[in-house]
Design a protein around this ligand. Structure first.
Ligand code: PEP
Ligand code: MN
Length: 338
């Protein structure tokens, strides 16, 4: 960290700051210039907040040299993390994981039928929402505990690990028992109590990007989970809010190489929520595989026109199977398999 002090900063204040940074365990170098004094801080500065330092009236500028995250940082963990989801390995250089299933669980019969279809199509995991974060309080809110039981039954029947979204920390025991990959939705990406709660469980976490979150905000949310004791975090890009109206969100595919350079965690793409339109899912999924994504999560429904949520962005099982066939060709072109 580089801290520039104002020209007229009193010597007593320069000495006080010098001592304060040393007391923080940092190696401090003071460069005395003609117009400014500059502190160079070496060591772990992740616990320092630039804005707090800037609150000092004698501080002209603060510049961070290293990232504010440690556990997620590739610099301290050069090897790719491979997250084991009930035997399915997510991340690494080989296999690309595909998760398919409806936006919402609508009952045991529905989820079992779609589970069977996505399995036949080539999915590695089954998704299904039981607690749904809906924009309108009048929209279907999910089947709750019953839905989670139906999803668990469908997972058991097909042998597919199951993914579902947790919305509040009081459901943590249910999720730890019945869900293989615990999803934090876009709307809860910065619900820090929830992040800490999933940081304490022994199940991997799928961390979706908040719709207005910067990449650094998102990595810091992963850091929250990891700092609470859970190293098994998978990033999921699901589109961000922009001025564009032709798509539901704007799919930010550059996150794949950026997150892979800066962190060691797997990155998957959700072209369903990122586009909001089933016709756009296949081209965007192929692009994600070409860009190096470790997986795809896709909404699938056998009667999209009757789906209780997100039918417009759900693929029919036949289209899902076709997508997997095409994506396997792209995967091969970039040295991976699907
Ligand atoms: C979902 O996966 O159905 C969902 C609500 O996702 P997001 O949090 O990305 O909107
Ligand atoms: Mn959905």
């Amino acid at each position: 960290m580089i801290i520039t002090l104002k020209k007229n900063a009193p010597q007593t204040e320069v000495e006080r700051l010098h001592q304060m940074f040393e007391d923080e365990g940092l190696q401090v170098t003071l460069i005395k210039g003609v117009d400014f004094n500059v502190f160079g801080l070496v060591g772990d500065t992740s616990h320092l907040d630039e804005r707090d330092i800037k609150a000092n009236i004698w501080v002209e500028n603060v510049q961070r040299v290293s990232a504010p995250y440690k556990l997620a940082n590739r610099m301290f963990h050069p090897k790719d993390t491979i997250v084991d989801v009930a035997g399915v390995k997510v991340g690494g250089q080989e296999k690309i994981t595909v998760i398919g299933g409806p936006c919402s669980v609508e009952g045991k019969e529905q989820i079992c039928r779609i589970a069977q279809a996505v399995k036949e199509g080539g999915a590695d995991m089954l998704r299904g929402g039981a607690y749904k974060p809906r924009t309108s309080p009048y929209a279907f809110q999910g089947l709750g505990y019953e839905g989670l039981m139906d999803l668990a039954a469908a997972g058991k029947m097909t042998g597919l690990p199951v993914v579902s979204e947790i919305m509040s920390a009081d459901k943590i025991d249910e999720f730890e028992e019945y869900v293989d990959l615990v999803q934090i939705g876009a709307r809860n990406m910065q619900n820090f109590d929830l992040l800490k709660a999933v940081g304490h469980i022994h199940k991997p976490v799928l961390l979706k990007r908040g719709m207005s979150a910067t990449i650094e905000d998102w990595i810091m949310s992963a850091e929250y989970i990891m700092a609470s004791g859970n190293p098994n975090v998978i990033f999921c890009e699901r589109g961000i809010r922009t001025f564009e109206k032709y798509t539901r969100n704007t799919m930010d595919l550059a996150v794949v190489p950026i997150l892979k350079e800066r962190t060691h965690l797997p990155v998957i793409i959700d072209p369903s929520h990122a586009t909001g339109d089933w016709k756009l899912i296949e081209p965007m999924a192929l692009a994600a595989v070409a860009a190096g994504a470790d997986g795809l999560i896709i909404e699938v429904h056998d009667e999209p026109e009757k789906a209780w949520s997100d039918g417009a962005q759900s693929l029919k099982p036949e289209k899902f199977a076709q997508l997997i066939e095409k994506a396997a060709l792209v995967a091969a072109a970039v040295g991976r398999k699907l």
